[in-house]
Design a protein around this ligand. Structure first.
Ligand SMILES: [Zn+2]
Length: 389
C-alpha cells in the first residue's frame, strides 16, 4: 500500500518536472519534458520506432540533436539536419520530427541543464501553491468548485466553515446519512417533527429552518427565497444589497452562522432534551454574528444612510453614534511626556498594577507587571478576587 502510494506520488512529481535545458546533456530527448513542452513520445507516440533507431545509435539526450556553428566570434547552436541523423526509420517519421524541431527554438546555451518544477510556469521555481495546483490538476483535472470562497470565508468561524463544507457535500451526520452507515434509530426531524431528517430538509426545507431564513431575508429587506441544497443556495447568492463594508461582511458570513446554529439546535433537542423556539435561536444567531462583526471589522467606517435600518435590524449599533457616545463618556486621555512610563533605576523593579470589577459589586480581578531598569518584563501576575466593589 505504502509502495503503491509512493509510486503514484513519484509519477505525479515526475510528470510535474521539466528541464530548462542549456547544453542539453541531461534532458532525455524523447522521454523528458524540456523547452516547456510535454515529452515528445507522450505527444507523438507513433514516433516510437524512430526513437528506438536513435536510441540504438546512442542519441539519448537533447545535446545529440544540437550542432554548434561559429557565427563570427559567436558560437551558435541549431538543430542537426536530418541527413546528419542516424540512418533508419520511416521517411514520414523523419520528416515529422524535422518539422517538430523546426518549430522549437534551439538554445545556444552551454552549461548544465536545470530540472525545474511545473510545466505551466516557465520560471521553474517551486512553490507550495504551484505544487498543490499541479498535483490537483493531475489527480482531479481542472475542477474548481465555484462555492469554495463562500464556504471558507475568512471572517466566519473555522468550525462554521468546516461544517458548511460538510453540508455542501451532504456529509454531515443527519439521520439519512447515519442510516446509510447502517445506523438504526429514529429518522424524524426533531425541529419540525413532521418529516424525515436529511441535509436538505433540516437546513433548508424544514418549517423551523424556513422561519430562521425568513428572519434572515427580513434583515436585508429582500424577497425570501428557498432552495434545497447549499450548493444551490450559493448559486443563487448575489451581491449584498448594502454598501457599508461591515454589513457586506455580515451578509457574507451570516448563512454559515445560521446553518451552524440550526445544527446546534438539532443536537440540543436530541442530546439535552432542551429546545429554543425559532425567534430565540434567531436572537442567538444575531448575537454571535454581531460579536464577530464588531470584533473583526472596522466599525469606524461611515455607514451609508440607506443602510442604517439594516444595521438596526442586525442589532449592530451604527458606528458614528457609537463613536460619539464613546467620545462623550471616555474622552481620550492626552498623553504628555511626564505621564509616560519610564524605567526604574538600576537594581530596582517597577511594578505597575491595576484592578477592576464588572459591576458594583461584581466579579473583580487584579493584575500587574514588574519591569527592570532596561524595561524588560521580569514577572506578570493576575488574580481573581471574588465579588468586590
Ligand atoms: Zn423539519
Amino acid at each position: 500500500m505504502i509502495w503503491h502510494t509512493l509510486k503514484v506520488g513519484a509519477q505525479l512529481i515526475k510528470d510535474a518536472l521539466f528541464w530548462i535545458y542549456h547544453s542539453g546533456s541531461q534532458a532525455l530527448f524523447w522521454l523528458d519534458s524540456w523547452d516547456g513542452h510535454p515529452p515528445i513520445l507522450s505527444s507523438f507516440p507513433h514516433l516510437q520506432p524512430l526513437s528506438e533507431v536513435f536510441s540504438a545509435a546512442g542519441w539519448d539526450t537533447v545535446e545529440h540533436y544540437k550542432v554548434a556553428q561559429h557565427d563570427g566570434l559567436v558560437l551558435r547552436f541549431h538543430w542537426k539536419h536530418p541527413f546528419e541523423w542516424p540512418p533508419g526509420g520511416s521517411e514520414g517519421d523523419r520528416r515529422e520530427l524535422s518539422q517538430l524541431l523546426a518549430s522549437r527554438a534551439c538554445n545556444s546555451l552551454r552549461g548544465t541543464d536545470v530540472l525545474a518544477w511545473d510545466g505551466s510556469n516557465l520560471s521553474g521555481k517551486y512553490s507550495v501553491v504551484a505544487g498543490y495546483k499541479q498535483i490537483g490538476r493531475q489527480l482531479f483535472g481542472d475542477i474548481e468548485v465555484p462555492w469554495w470562497k463562500h464556504v471558507w470565508h475568512k471572517l466566519s468561524w473555522p468550525k462554521c466553515n468546516f461544517f458548511m463544507w460538510l453540508v455542501a457535500q451532504n456529509r454531515c451526520l443527519t439521520w439519512d446519512n447515519l442510516c446509510k452507515r447502517g445506523f438504526q434509530g429514529p429518522s424524524m426531524c426533531v425541529l419540525c417533527q413532521g418529516c424525515e431528517e436529511s441535509v436538505s430538509h433540516i437546513f433548508f426545507q424544514c418549517s423551523y429552518a424556513r422561519e430562521i431564513w425568513h428572519f434572515w431575508w427580513g434583515v436585508w429587506n429582500t424577497t425570501c427565497w428557498h432552495v434545497s441544497s447549499l450548493v444551490e443556495f450559493w448559486e443563487r447568492w448575489g451581491r449584498a444589497p448594502v454598501s457599508t463594508s461591515f454589513l457586506q461582511a455580515a451578509w457574507a458570513i451570516g448563512p454559515s452562522f445560521i446553518i451552524w446554529n440550526l445544527w446546534l439546535e438539532r443536537n440540543r433537542r436530541i442530546f439535552q432534551d432542551l429546545q429554543l423556539m425559532a425567534p430565540h435561536l434567531w436572537r442567538k444567531i444575531l448575537h454571535s454574528l454581531g460579536e464577530t462583526i464588531v470584533a473583526k471589522c472596522d466599525m469606524t467606517m461611515r455607514v451609508d444612510p440607506r443602510d442604517v435600518d439594516c444595521c438596526n435590524r442586525l442589532h449592530l449599533p451604527p458606528p458614528q453614534r457609537q463613536l460619539m457616545r464613546n467620545r462623550c463618556r471616555h474622552p481620550t486621555p492626552k498623553v504628555n511626556r511626564e505621564g509616560r512610563w519610564s524605567p526604574p533605576p538600576l537594581g530596582v523593579l517597577k511594578i505597575n498594577s491595576d484592578g477592576s470589577s464588572r459591576g458594583n459589586p461584581g466579579h473583580a480581578g487584579i493584575g500587574g507587571v514588574g519591569r527592570d531598569s532596561s524595561g524588560d518584563v521580569q514577572f506578570i501576575f493576575s488574580e481573581y478576587k471574588g465579588l468586590h466593589t
